[in-house]
Design a protein around this ligand. Structure first.
Ligand code: 13P
Ligand code: 13P
Ligand code: MG
Ligand code: MG
Length: 391
């Protein structure tokens, strides 16, 4: 009886202590949330209008004053309005997601008033219901205990899809010919765990590298379906990278624009160095998106001021903003692709853009039939139904 009492008591105490400890830890943990939406743009799908940036700035400024946010930056990647926010509310916080939703809604109203193109494009729901999942805006978040120095890189892309990060992120965290640290840094030497989401089935897998590299590549080579969602260091499961995984077309069931993704990568101190994180972006790999979300085009890394698509609504752009995070405050940004070291990549991208464009409406410039599902292709097939002849 006494023994049972002691056992029960210690179980209660243990749970209580665990709860208190996790509450204390969450008070000191920082969350970085990057939330984005295309709510309308200046001339077609080109850039976010300055008035929209102003509205977003005012909204986040107010949230910072109220204490909800610790810090923020408002920016854009082409026609996508980007909110970069730090706080202590944890991942998928209803308060933070509502703040982003309300901010985008206000900006969408301004876009409507100005007659901007595709005003409200990514707001697929009429009202906020607790979480941004399935509502249109893309988001990626990491909650972490700040290291003594916390370098992070926020990637933002326009005219492509979340799978566009598969190739460079594999190289950062699993290719020793790209990241030297995998070989020479003892903390990285064990490798990384990759969480892969099957966006069609809605379930995920965890694969461990280097030993399961070939299985991982077998999946993530299918960039439209298997998407890298999160990457953890194997030795302690520290979250090193996170990618937004919204698939707008799957939510809406029709073509509503590509799901221009955002991603966060933490760098240094037992994680890839900043230069190792950027190295794979020196290759302008082909990504799906570009004109009408229906073509393959080369990824072009650019300075934020050049994140504005023109030729054939492209080529797809990538921006990388570097920050140091200190006491939940953002120090920066450093515009990391604003460097002549990426000039060759940009020239190569233009050469590849030219080559791909010469195919016109033919594959592999145009996406394959499974990716064209939400465009006019089914309508064309429907129209021809009555004219089918058996061969
Ligand atoms: P519209 O048919 O309204 O021109 O939209 C197509 C589109 O946005 C692809 O760029
Ligand atoms: P966004 O996804 O950037 O809105 O672009 C859509 C498009 O169709 C460009 O041609
Ligand atoms: Mg757009
Ligand atoms: Mg866009």
């Amino acid at each position: 009886m006494i023994v049972r009492f002691i056992v029960t008591l210690s179980a209660i105490d243990f749970n209580k202590i665990k709860r208190i400890v996790s509450a204390v830890i969450s008070m000191v943990k920082t969350t970085l949330s990057v939330i984005k939406a295309d709510v309308g743009s200046l001339v077609g799908h080109h850039v976010v209008h300055p008035e929209l940036l102003k509205v977003a700035e005012e909204s986040l400024q107010k949230a910072k004053k109220s204490g909800l946010l610790h810090d923020y930056r408002v920016t854009n990647c082409g026609d996508d309005l980007e909110l970069i926010m730090t706080h202590r509310k944890g991942e998928e916080s209803a308060e933070i997601h509502k703040l982003a939703w309300d901010t985008f809604s206000k900006a969408a109203r301004v876009a409507k008033d100005l007659g901007l193109y595709a005003a409200g494009q990514d707001l697929l729901s009429d009202a906020f219901s607790g979480n941004l999942k399935g509502m249109g805006p893309g988001f990626t978040e990491i909650e972490f205990e700040e290291r003594a120095s916390e370098p992070i890189i926020v990637f933002m892309a326009d005219k492509t899809e979340p799978g566009a990060f598969n190739l460079p992120f594999y190289k950062i965290f699993a290719d020793p010919f790209s990241s030297a640290g995998l070989v020479i840094d003892p903390k990285m030497h064990e490798g990384f765990i990759f969480q892969v989401l099957d966006v069609i089935k809605g379930h995920s897998y965890e694969l461990s590298t280097p030993e399961e590299s070939y299985d991982l590549l077998a999946l993530i080579g299918t960039t439209g379906r298997y998407i890298l969602k999160r990457i953890m260091r194997k030795s302690d499961r520290l979250v090193a990278a996170s990618v937004s995984i919204t698939k707008l077309s799957l939510i809406a069931g029709r073509y509503v624009g590509k799901d221009d993704p955002v991603a966060i990568v933490r760098a240094q101190h037992g994680l890839p160095a900043v230069g190792e994180v950027l190295e794979p972006f020196s290759f302008p790999h082909l990504v799906a998106g570009w004109m009408r979300g229906s073509h393959y085009g080369p990824m072009m890394p650019v300075a934020q001021r050049n994140a504005k698509c023109t030729r054939f609504d492209g080529p797809p752009r990538f921006v990388a903003l570097g920050f140091q995070i200190k006491d939940s405050k953002l120090v920066g940004p450093a515009d990391l692709f604003d460097d002549p070291a990426f000039d060759w990549t940009r020239w190569k991208a233009l050469e590849v853009a030219d080559y791909m464009r010469r195919h016109g409406p033919f594959m592999p410039e145009r996406l394959g039939p499974e990716e064209m599902e939400y465009t006019t292709l089914p309508q064309v097939l429907e129209k021809l139904k009555g004219r089918i002849k058996k061969e």
